[in-house]
Design a protein around this ligand. Structure first.
Ligand code: DON
Length: 305
């Protein structure tokens, strides 16, 4: 049934492949072929269904924020919410505007400012190399794939041009909400964003969110069922920045996007879905990827509503 769904989704989106604009503020991403399209579904029973370029690695960018949030909650528990909020921001992913009135506490862990705080939490007591090793090991473990790597060219490209992120980190440092040297925290953040994964790897890595915190079937627990539910809630309300409401309206499932054109969606109790199409809409979310997920939700009838 899911192979048929993927074929129908592909037929629906085929005329739209290549739409949107590839992220060009990170030079290494501006070179990506906009006609790529891949999609993968990992079910809670352990099946994997794919279509298109589903095995080709791409830069997961902000989708990584789901994995670092999971790790940071594991590290410091609910204390994390003293340093980052859990409300939608209604502003673009790289906005600085709310930080001034809100004492350097970012609205949520998925906007850039929030994810930089999460990186800072993970860095505390470690060197950037160790923290990145921990992130990489975690993602490889939950995806059951040792091939996953960080694309150093993408990380360098962002390090050279990430002036907005540097501004966010310095500003939060002034409010004592970045505790490590800013360049070290940013180093972790830029490298986590440069994780390179395929749709198939991403769908598998996100499965614990759809499966009550467990790997496929009755596999080992990654987080408690309660924590998985809460991460899903944050994905629904904040995962697409100022377009989170639009994504919930069109797709009706918790999702997290990245400027590499990837989106990870969780269908609680059923499956984890990853889609990749590099062209972005005006909010920095994959244009055709969102369209594909809208079609997927319609053909399966899967929704949390
Ligand atoms: O920090 C940045 O701007 C990028 N590394 C990540 C932004 C991103 O993926 C926003 N997603 N839609």
């Amino acid at each position: 049934m899911l192979d048929d769904v993927l074929a129908k989704v592909y037929a629906d989106i085929a005329p739209h492949i290549g739409e949107g604009r590839v992220a060009n503020y990170i030079p290494a991403l501006a070179r990506i072929d906009p006609s790529k399209f891949g999609m993968a579904i990992a079910t809670v029973d352990g099946e994997l269904h794919v279509i298109g370029d589903a095995h080709e690695p791409f830069s997961i960018q902000s989708v990584s924020k789901v994995f670092t949030l999971t790790l940071a909650l594991g590290r410091v528990g609910e204390g994390l919410w003293k340093r980052v909020g859990r409300e939608p921001s209604g502003t673009p992913f790289n906005s600085i505007i709310q930080l001034e009135n809100e004492r350097g506490i970012p609205r949520n862990p998925f906007i850039n400012a929030g994810a930089i705080v999460v990186a800072d939490v993970l860095l505390s007591g470690h060197q950037p190399k160790e923290t990145l090793g921990e992130i990489l090991q975690f993602v490889r473990q939950i995806a059951d794939d040792d091939e996953i790597a960080i694309d150093r060219d993408v990380a360098r490209s962002e390090q050279e041009t990430g002036f907005r992120n540097a501004a966010l980190a310095n500003y939060m440092h002034a409010f004592s909400n970045i505790e490590n040297p800013v360049e070290k925290t940013l180093g972790v953040y830029f490298h986590q964003c440069a994780l390179s994964m395929s749709c198939a790897q991403l769908a598998k890595a996100g499965l614990f969110l759809a499966n009550g915190g467990r790997l496929a079937g009755r596999g080992p627990s990654v987080v408690s069922a309660e924590r998985a539910r809460r991460i899903n809630a944050l994905m629904l309300t904040c995962g697409h920045y100022d377009a989170s409401g639009d994504f919930a309206f069109r797709v009706g499932l918790p999702g997290k996007s990245g400027v590499g054109g990837g989106i990870l969606v969780s269908v609680p109790g059923k499956a984890s879905v990853a889609v990749w199409s590099p062209g972005l809409n005006e909010n920095g979310n994959s244009a055709t990827g969102t369209r594909a997920l809208e079609s997927f939700a319609r053909h399966t009838g899967w929704s949390i509503f």
